[in-house]
Design a protein around this ligand. Structure first.
Ligand code: SF4
Length: 280
């Protein structure tokens, strides 16, 4: 049964990361009303869902994000926001209601950071934000996320070294094997790393970095059949299904009673539980 929902209240983002698996649609008009979110998420809470991961698009661009997060906290969900961290003011507005905030570091040199995130935002700023968040909210936890691709694989040990020197800023470092899906699926040949390359990277990091650092390795296989996503228009999709990491539509939150829960239960496997509990 679903314990965790990933929600994308907006599809808009000001960056254009080449590995982004966000949606292709970038129109505000497709976003559903906050009240529809609230009604549906209350029903999911009553059905036993415990955790909500908010991403997008950039979730802090969603114009009613503060109200949404406050409401989710009122329903006593565990809340994770996955943000690029560029909208600091808004981030500090939602932080008191969050359990975890996920921030990205995908390169160390300005060149690789720019290739991965398409802007010139310095890594040092992400670390400052993480440190300020932890100082201000003692119970808040921080995850640093890194997507491993052909373009940045040579800098990932260096990211680990920087994180080791800043270990008070974060709680978990999660390294994702790039998955070609949705928006930039066509970047596959430029970005993909093989399962073996990802396993070798994991082994190298494990040997190189101190064991006290909590590092989670997220291979494509470990994310297969693991997630229930609700998109900005209310469509509910099981993702990473089958060989091509496809989406499988199972309903819409506007028609809660018609959601195909038997299909959800049939498709979600143990990855669904372990992905959340291994990380947060
Ligand atoms: S990966 Fe995140 S920050 Fe980058 S374009 Fe996609 S939604 Fe925006």
């Amino acid at each position: 049964m679903i314990k965790t929902l990933d929600i994308e209240p907006t599809t808009i983002c000001n960056l254009n990361c080449p590995f982004c698996f966000g949606p292709k649609v970038e129109k505000r008009e497709t976003e559903i009303d906050l009240q529809i979110w609230k009604d549906a998420l209350l029903k999911f809470r009553n059905k036993g869902v415990e955790n909500i991961v908010i991403s997008g698009g950039e979730p802090l661009i969603y114009h009613r994000i503060v109200e949404l997060v406050k409401y989710l906290k009122h329903l006593n969900f565990n809340i994770v926001i996955s943000t690029h961290g560029r909208y600091k003011e808004k981030l500090f507005e939602v932080a008191p209601y969050c359990d975890w905030i996920s921030l990205p570091i995908d390169g160390i040199t300005p060149e690789i950071s720019h290739t991965m995130r398409t802007d010139n935002y310095p890594v040092s700023e992400i670390l400052v934000t993480a440190s300020e968040l932890k100082r201000k909210h003692s119970n808040l936890k921080i995850k640093i996320g890194t997507v491993a691709t052909q373009k940045n694989i040579q800098e990932i040990i260096e990211i680990g070294n920087v994180l080791q020197d800043n270990s008070n800023c974060f709680d978990t470092w999660k390294i994702y094997q790039y998955t070609p899906r949705r928006k930039h699926k066509n970047q596959k040949e430029f970005l993909s790393i093989t399962d073996k390359e990802f396993a070798d990277l994991s082994n190298l990091i494990s040997k190189t970095l101190p064991t006290e650092m909590k590092i989670v390795y997220s291979s494509n296989e470990s994310r297969r059949n693991a997630y229930t996503f609700i998109y900005q228009n209310g469509d509910i999709n099981l993702v990473n299904v089958g060989d091509n990491f496809d989406d499988l539509l199972v309903g819409n939150i506007g028609e809660f009673d018609k959601i195909n829960f038997p299909k959800v239960n049939e498709i979600l496997n143990t990855n669904h539980y372990s992905n959340f509990t291994n990380t947060y």
